[in-house]
Design a protein around this ligand. Structure first.
Ligand SMILES: O=C(O)CCC(=O)C(=O)O
Ligand SMILES: [Fe+2]
Length: 326
């Protein structure tokens, strides 16, 4: 049984190897962003603009992800990753190597997690076995896409455009969405302190839900590591590399990592990269380029930026450094 109540697994601020603070992370109320009350909406938009510019990540509360969908998806993921059946997963992945999904189990100095990555949009390509997992993953992604598109509309207004600006600029109707289901072992079973090493993620935004808190840290604009404690049923939103490129760095993506050194129990996270369409050429909009803000990135299609790290599209890694102008 998956317990979806969030609780703190450890005292990360006391770990000398990975110092991090409990600095507050902004909270955005999704229902207020959509409110019919114009005053309420404009306050929510201002808070969102502040969170996007000054932080680049925030907790989203009062959103539209149904509780039962989250509960079910966490339960199915927990069943799928049953430690007793890991050899079946290894064999089945070997028999069906595919670039439509990717399964890995890593236990080493740099990474301690088992994960399944699947393409969820424009065509749902979640492996059909087990069917119980694929069905609810599709449902989860349908709900999460609506939320990501809602955020795109709100951010478009904050950037001074009409509400369809980001959706069009990134061609999100055909957006390439990839879901990673991560399971991190408890500390006692991990081979090192690191669940997942420092990285940023491509895409427009990254949405993250989890069963329990434990070890996710984000590097702030100011260069401080911050512990992430996601409130119960909230979604962690992180801005992705391609929003940074489009806005020429006005909205930035952030380095983050996962530690497992304080985890008493295993942790599951569901991370969705809501991407542009694969063929969309993403380049800084001239609106964000002027004498004070010279163009920081060259343009590239989303496909090229994903392939820059190898030929497997689903092996999503940041390519920001590659396209950064001196
Ligand atoms: O599991 C987490 O908390 C973060 C995972 C992550 O950053 C990723 O999958 O890209
Ligand atoms: Fe990430």
């Amino acid at each position: 049984m998956v317990e979806t109540t969030s609780f703190l697994l450890g005292d990360h601020q006391h770990n000398d190897n990975y110092p991090a603070s409990d600095e507050e992370i902004p909270t955005i109320d999704y229902s207020m962003l959509l409110s019919d009350d114009t005053d309420q909406r404009s306050i929510a938009l201002q808070l969102l603009a502040h969170a996007c510019e000054e932080y680049g990540f925030f907790y989203l509360v009062n959103h539209t992800m149904p509780d039962d969908v989250l509960k079910t998806v966490l339960k199915r993921i927990s069943d799928y990753f049953d430690p007793k059946t890991v050899d079946e997963r290894r064999i089945s992945y070997k028999k069906h190597p595919s670039d439509k999904f990717q399964w890995r189990q890593n236990a080493n100095d740099g990474e301690n997690r088992e994960y399944l990555k699947v393409i969820a949009h424009p065509k749902d390509q979640v492996p059909s076995n087990p069917i119980s997992l694929s069905k609810v993953t599709e449902e989860y992604n349908n709900e999460m896409r609506k939320i990501a598109l809602g955020l795109a509309r709100a951010m478009s207004k904050n950037l001074g455009f009409d509400e369809n600006y980001i959706e069009k600029a990134l061609d999100m109707k055909l957006g390439f969405d990839v879901i990673t289901m991560n399971i991190y072992p408890p500390n006692s079973e991990a081979k090192s302190d690191i669940g997942l090493t420092d990285h940023t993620d491509p895409s427009f935004v990254i949405t993250l839900m989890q069963d329990v808190n434990g070890g996710l840290q984000i590097l702030s604009h100011q260069g401080n590591w911050i512990n992430v404690y996601i409130p119960h049923h909230a979604i962690l939103i992180q801005l992705g590399d391609h929003l940074e490129i489009l806005t020429n760095g006005k909205y930035k993506s952030h380095v983050h990592r996962v530690l497992v050194n304080n985890n008493k129990v295993q942790r599951i996270s569901i991370v969705t990269l809501h991407g542009p369409s694969l063929d969309k050429f993403v380049v800084p909009d001239t609106k964000f380029v002027d004498d004070e803000n010279p163009q920081t990135y060259i343009g590239m299609t989303y496909r090229e930026s994903l392939e820059a790290n190898g030929d497997n599209l689903i092996d999503l890694q940041s390519s920001l450094e590659l396209i950064k102008l001196a």
